[in-house]
Every structure is written in C-alpha cells, then in structure tokens.
Design a protein around this ligand. Structure first.
Ligand code: NAP
Length: 281
C-alpha cells in the first residue's frame, strides 16, 4: 500500500512555488501578495493563519495579516476588502472562517473580487469550476486532486465516489474529478447504501466529519482513498476512514494527520501565485 505523504507532497509543491516566485520576480519586478483577514481570537483560526503566513513567507510571497476584534462591524470588513480589491500589490485575499455571527459570511465571500478569491468560494469561481473554465479552486479539494494525480496521472473512465457534498470539499472535489473524465458519484447523509456505492469506486474521497465512517470492507481492491476528515476523539485525531482496515485493501491512502491537511495550505499559496499570473496576462 502506498501511504500518501501529504507533508512531502506539500514540501515539494512549496519548493516548486518558491522557484516560480523567483522567476516571476525577475520577470515582473514584483512578487505575488497574499492578504489574510482574521477576525476574533479563536485558537484554531490563529494557528491556521500563523501557518499560512509562515508558509507564504517561505516561498517568497508578500504576506500580510489584518486582524480585527470579534466586535468589528461588518461594514469595516467589507470596506477593507474593497480597498484590497483595488490594491495592485495584493494578488489574493482570504477571510479566515468561521466569522462572528453578526457578519454575513456570504456577503464577505461575494465582496472579494473573483480574481483575488484564493479560497475559490466566490459564486463566479464556483460557476467557472463547474463549467470547466479557469478558476480558483478551494484549497482542500485542490490538494486532494493533486495527490490523486500523482498516484494515477490518467483518471479517465475511473469510477470516483465523493462522500460528502459540502461547498468547501465534496462539490468542488466532484467537479475536479469530473473534469478529469471520471464517472463521479456524490454521496451524502441521505444516500441509501453508502457501502455499496463505495465498493464500486476506484477512487474514494471522504469529507464527512464522522470518525472512521468508511470501513475496510467498503473498499474495492486497489482503490485510491483520500481522507479529508479531521475528527478529535478520545484516541486523538482520526479521519473519516478506518485507517488500519482500509490500508489492508487500498492501493494508496492518506493518513490523518499528515495527509490532506499540509497540502491545503500549500494549495493556498498555489492559488495566490496563479491569481498573480492571471492578473499579469
Ligand atoms: P460539512 O460541511 O459538515 O459536510 C459534511 C458532509 O458529509 C455533508 O454533505 C453531509 O451530508 C455528509 N454526511 C454526513 N453524514 C453522512 C453519512 N452518514 N454518510 C454520508 N455522508 C454524510 O463538512 P466539511 O466542511 O466538508 O468537512 C468534512 C470533514 O473534513 C470534517 O472532518 C472537517 O474537519 C474536515 N476538513 C479537513 C480539511 C483539511 O484541510 N484536511 C479542510 C476542511 C475540512 P448532507 O449534505 O446530507 O448533510
């Protein structure tokens, strides 16, 4: 079984991006810039943002974090986004979620100009992805996709099952696999027989949030299994896939932690560089 090493894949992607940023600097005499807006002091968000900043600096991006207290008015945040939309030195804007209740998440997402939407959440980017056009793609599914492609470069005709249909993970994941000519089934909480669906799959991506939902006897021999789930349990962090059982059947599997997680941040940097490149065209 191939243990898909997300840390290694992320380090390789960062290295590629670092070289690309150096080349862009020579060509345009400027580097891509990522601005993150962080509202409030929730510990996980603080940690994510610190990691994003560190990784951005590592690959040579210009990075900035704008912090607001969780009492900040929605209007202040929207005005700041408008300002960043018009700032040429900013290639990518990310507003760290979740937001305080008094701030309308969708309004925030839709205020970020699509060409700087490094999270790929703007309806314009969602539509472009589903129409098969160039777009920013949400970072977690993009990371999953890149890892799958490393294991199996030709996905045409493969049967893929995506477990979970969130806007963040399941739906964009399905679109990426469809673009690669997979036959894609999207499953969710109302799916009648999830085991039977999974047993058909050459590729499974599980993004549910239920510890070890996907079992060993749900897996076709030699399937590629990507585990997006991050679940805190008494036994520590586990994914949505029963790792020990599934690793005996699958051809390749991502661990939790150390699989999808590290690639998510690396893909944010990739999206920033890609936004910069599109803006120079
Ligand atoms: P979400 O928005 O809660 O969506 C969960 C999806 O799972 C929903 O579509 C839901 O179906 C489906 N579901 C729930 N119970 C199910 C069941 N018994 N069988 C089949 N499908 C079921 O979750 P998310 O934001 O996509 O996150 C999923 C997991 O990924 C979480 O553990 C999260 O922490 C993790 N995550 C990891 C990363 C990373 O970087 N590694 C990033 C983001 C999220 P319905 O639509 O019918 O309700």
């Amino acid at each position: 079984m191939i243990l898909i090493d997300g840390k290694k894949a992320a380090a390789e992607l960062r290295e590629e991006l670092k070289q690309e940023v150096t080349e862009l600097k020579t060509k345009y005499n400027k580097v891509p810039g990522l601005t993150v807006i962080l509202i409030g002091d929730m510990a996980p968000s603080q940690i994510y943002v610190r990691n994003k900043e560190k990784s951005a600096n590592e690959v040579g991006l210009k990075s900035e974090v704008i912090r607001y207290p969780d009492t900040v008015e929605e209007k202040t945040v929207l005005e700041k986004i408008e300002e960043l939309n018009n700032d040429e030195s900013v290639s990518g804007i990310l507003v760290q979620l979740p937001l305080p209740k008094h701030i309308d998440k969708q309004k925030v997402i839709e205020t970020i100009t699509p060409s700087k939407d490094v999270d790929g959440f703007h309806p314009m980017n969602v539509g472009n992805l589903s129409s098969g056009y160039e777009s920013s793609v949400p970072c977690t599914p993009l990371g999953c996709y890149l890892m799958i492609k490393k294991i199996e470069p030709n996905l045409s005709g493969k049967k893929a099952v995506v477990v979970g249909r969130s806007n963040l993970n399941g739906k964009p994941m399905a679109q990426l696999l469809l673009k690669e000519n997979c036959t894609v089934t999207i499953t969710h909480s109302r799916t009648k027989d999830l085991k039977a669906e999974c047993l058909e799959a050459d590729i499974i991506v599980a993004a549910v949030g239920i510890p070890e939902l996907v079992k060993g006897d749900w897996i076709k021999k030699d399937a590629i299994v990507i585990d997006v789930g991050i679940n805190k349990t008494e036994n520590g962090l586990v994914g949505d896939v029963a790792f020990d059982e599934v690793s005996k059947v699958a051809k390749a599997l991502t661990p939790v932690p150390g699989g999808v997680g590290p690639m998510t941040i690396a893909c944010l940097l990739k999206n920033t560089v890609d936004c910069f490149k599109r803006s120079q065209k």
